[in-house]
Design a protein around this ligand. Structure first.
Ligand code: ADP
Ligand code: ZN
Ligand code: ZN
Length: 728
């Protein structure tokens, strides 16, 4: 009997090891330390069995068993298997993503024992006077004699000196003991207190009843604009679940997990809540995982990967802004957090609520097919008046940093009325290109097929595809001219122009550059809420779920690029962005305006969005997708290859294509990726389309198993992505 182990290597297979003699076989789900090549790896046991293909002498023994019991609950274990198959990703890449980083590295899954300092009998008797020449030691003894607890983790916060601690131990006045920390395995389901819930409006009440009355797995789309009271619905349904002693998993996009959101949940529920987002460090994550696994977490609120948190009595899953692209993991195990959360809900047999003002077309299709129940909130809580929409034709108009004179006029008006203005431009930096006026040379990244973006504030040019950067050149590398001009407008330039045009209206810019420091986004949002800032400039980062009641004018400076993108999802994204930002304007009692600047004022998509709204747009877009044989009707995967030379990447895909059986799965390509060269690598891709899941699964599984054998596969890097969100 051997043990089959999943290892974090990109090979679609398990690895056999010899169990440790004299010990019971480790159960599936237990971590093991094993030799791999000339390294040591942490793997997870998947099964036991004979190994007919290998010489028994070559099968190496396991070095150590790292757990006494499986790390994953039966339903999470099943989720791993399902996800591995669905995403054509080896278990060895799936499983590590489902556990905290520290566990991937082999640390103990049990809470670490803590060191506690305490007084010896001598220490209890001693008088502080005897230590008056050792002030540090005196402070420590005073602290302990006051009956307070001193743990290792508190020493620096209390500013106790280590030499003093050691001196006290040497004198026999203190001693240390190690204790297993107590982890709560429950909470009070009859909790008292917490902020009172408002009286629900009729639509909210219908939604809450529909979800509460449901038993077992069921998927609900809660469709309502920002401010329509979706969060209130979540809170109300959560209260019901928590009263039953069951916990709730809430997933939100990274940017939506602000201190305000967290505080709102905490105010409502005075219960243990684990918060997981990118700023939480590995130790904190492990501690959260341990508490949740023990049953001590009533609520887990987190971003994408929080979906794997173990919860022994999970009762409900909520996903806010379910359409958000940040739920998709873009590397390694390329899963969609929303879709896996639905699978988890199914495996755990609990309801799941997906909330959005602009549901993904996939989700709307599931509603149309009768798989999800559609609940709508049409009224904005508080506010009343619909937004005025203006399609601004900018053909022939002079633009100042992307702003047309009519838009400038409107900005002035809204500022004069004491309101805030929000402007969107989906391009960070100062300008997207640097051009030589003498010879026309455009500064290109030498590792990518892309122009450098000029960042004036840092005096650099930067490639937004590979991240490489260098000093802003003062001369053209081709002709030596110093006449270098920027082309196009980015948020940095827009911010400067606004300072010039509206010197009395403080502006703030929100994009990846301005918010890279931890806490800086929060500080900016606070300046906006307080009213100190009058103009908000940003990329789509600004579009997500923030409430700014004093914004009465929203401007989208350039919507044309999305109308002509090579990516079939671009129009859906534009429609979502537009609807989300239109929902930002004129909330309270003030009437809002939204301006779209375009060179394509006749474009049917724009007319439909403005005239009939997102729902109507989505309906037509779905029909188009169906006719074009695209997702969500057709199943899509993309196979990508990159190599140092373009023929290697292309050649691999060509060979792969020749292995694909003729039949219902179509392979379109290989073709060069829209960004053909990135970070020095040549990139090719091919689309795989099938009419249904089963066909895709059954055709690709055996096909993929053969690809690693191809000679050309060894000369490039390749991967397959199911349900790609981005085809660049
Ligand atoms: P969404 O999540 O859809 O953006 P929220 O639930 O945050 O909407 O609601 C927007 C605002 O309206 C919040 O300030 C919320 O407290 C308030 N609100 C929501 N529902 C009600 C209600 N039934 N009665 C009073 N205020 C409500
Ligand atoms: Zn030149
Ligand atoms: Zn580059």
């Amino acid at each position: 009997m051997y043990i089959q182990v999943a290892l974090p290597v990109p090979l679609p297979r398990l690895f056999s090891y010899r169990p440790i003699e004299g010990r019971p076989l480790p159960l599936p789900g237990i971590r093991v330390q094993v030799p791999f090549g000339n390294q040591s790896q942490v793997g997870i046991v998947v099964s036991h069995g004979p190994e007919p293909d290998l010489d028994p002498a070559k099968i190496k023994p396991v070095k150590a068993y790292l757990d006494d019991a499986p790390l994953l609950s039966p339903s999470l274990w099943k989720l791993a298997q399902t996800a591995s198959r669905y995403y054509f990703t080896p278990l060895g890449l799936v499983l590590p993503q489902m556990i905290p980083v520290k566990l991937r590295k082999g640390e103990s899954a049990e809470p670490a024992p803590v060191t506690v300092w305490q007084l010896t009998p001598e220490g209890t008797e001693t008088t502080l006077d005897t230590l008056k020449r050792a002030a540090q030691q005196q402070r420590i003894i005073a602290y302990l004699q006051a009956g307070k607890r001193l743990e290792e983790g508190q020493i620096s916060a209390l500013e106790f000196s280590r030499p003093a601690l050691k001196a006290l131990a040497d004198k026999g006045l203190t001693e240390t003991i190690t204790e297993q920390p107590a982890i709560a395995d429950g909470w009070d389901q009859d909790w008292q207190g917490g902020e009172e819930a408002p009286q629900l409006n009729p639509e909210q009440a219908i939604a809450v009843t529909a979800i509460n009355q449901h038993d077992g797995f069921g998927c609900f789309l809660l469709d309502g604009v920002t401010g329509s009271g979706k969060t209130e619905v979540y809170l109300s349904v959560m209260a019901e679940t928590l009263r039953k002693g069951q916990s709730v998993l809430v997933l939100v996009p990274e940017i939506g997990l602000t201190p305000q959101t967290i505080a709102r949940f905490r105010r409502r529920f005075p219960l243990p809540m684990e918060v997981l987002h990118s700023a939480v460090n590995d130790s904190e994550r492990l501690a959260s995982w341990q508490r949740a696994r023990a049953g001590g977490a009533a609520i887990v609120l987190g971003t994408r990967s929080a979906l794997f948190t173990p919860l022994p009595s999970l009762g409900l899953i909520v996903i806010d802004e379910e359409h958000d692209a940040s739920f998709k993991q873009q590397e390694g195990f390329r899963y969609h957090g929303r879709d896996l959360a639905v699978m988890r809900a199914q495996l755990e047999n609990v309801p799941i609520v997906l909330g959005s003002a602009t549901p993904a077309l996939e989700t709307l299709n599931n509603v149309q097919q009768g798989r999800y129940r559609h609940l709508t909130l049409t009224r904005r809580a508080g506010a009343g008046q619909p937004v005025r929409q203006i399609l601004q034709d900018i053909r022939h108009l002079p633009l100042d940093a992307g702003l047309s004179p009519p838009l400038i006029q409107r900005i002035r008006q809204h500022l004069d009325d004491g309101n805030q203005v929000m402007l969107f431009l989906n391009r960070r930096g100062f300008a997207p290109a640097l051009l030589c006026h003498e010879c026309g040379h455009l500064h290109e990244c030498n590792r990518c097929d892309a122009f450098y973006t000029v960042h004036q504030a840092s005096n650099m040019v930067q490639c937004h595809h590979c991240g490489s950067q260098k000093r802003l050149p003062s001369q053209c590398p081709d002709c030596g001219s110093t006449q270098l001009f920027t082309r196009g407008v980015g948020t940095e330039q827009l911010e400067q122009a606004l300072a010039r045009l509206f010197p009395d209206a403080p502006a703030v810019r929100i994009d990846r550059d301005s918010t890279s420091r931890k806490g800086s986004l929060e500080a900016m949002l606070e300046r906006i809420r307080s009213g100190e800032v009058k103009i908000l400039v940003g990329t789509q980062m600004l579009a997500k779920g923030h409430h700014f009641p004093d914004v009465t004018l929203v401007g989208l400076l350039d919507v044309d690029s999305a109308l002509f993108s090579a990516d079939f999802r671009a129009s859906e994204r534009l429609a979502q962005l537009y609807t989300q930002v239109a929902g930002r304007s004129g909330r309270a009692s003030k009437k809002g305006e939204v301006v779209l600047q375009t060179h394509q004022p006749e474009h049917p998509l724009l007319h439909q969005l403005l005239g009939a709204g997102y729902g109507a747009f989505a309906k037509d877009a779905l029909t188009e997708r169906q006719q074009a044989q695209l997702p969500p009707y057709w199943q899509l995967a993309v196979i990508r290859a990159e190599a140092n030379q373009s023929h290697l990447a292309q050649g691999f895909l060509q060979q792969a294509k020749s292995l694909l059986p003729a039949g219902p799965v179509q392979m379109i390509g290989p073709m060069a990726a829209p960004l053909e060269r990135k970070a020095g690598k040549f990139r090719f891709q091919a689309l795989l389309l099938a009419p249904d899941r089963r066909t895709l699964q059954q055709t690709l599984e055996p096909w993929l198993a053969r690809l690693p054998e191809l000679e050309s596969a060894k000369r490039c890097r390749w991967h397959l992505e199911r349900d790609p969100q981005d085809l660049l």
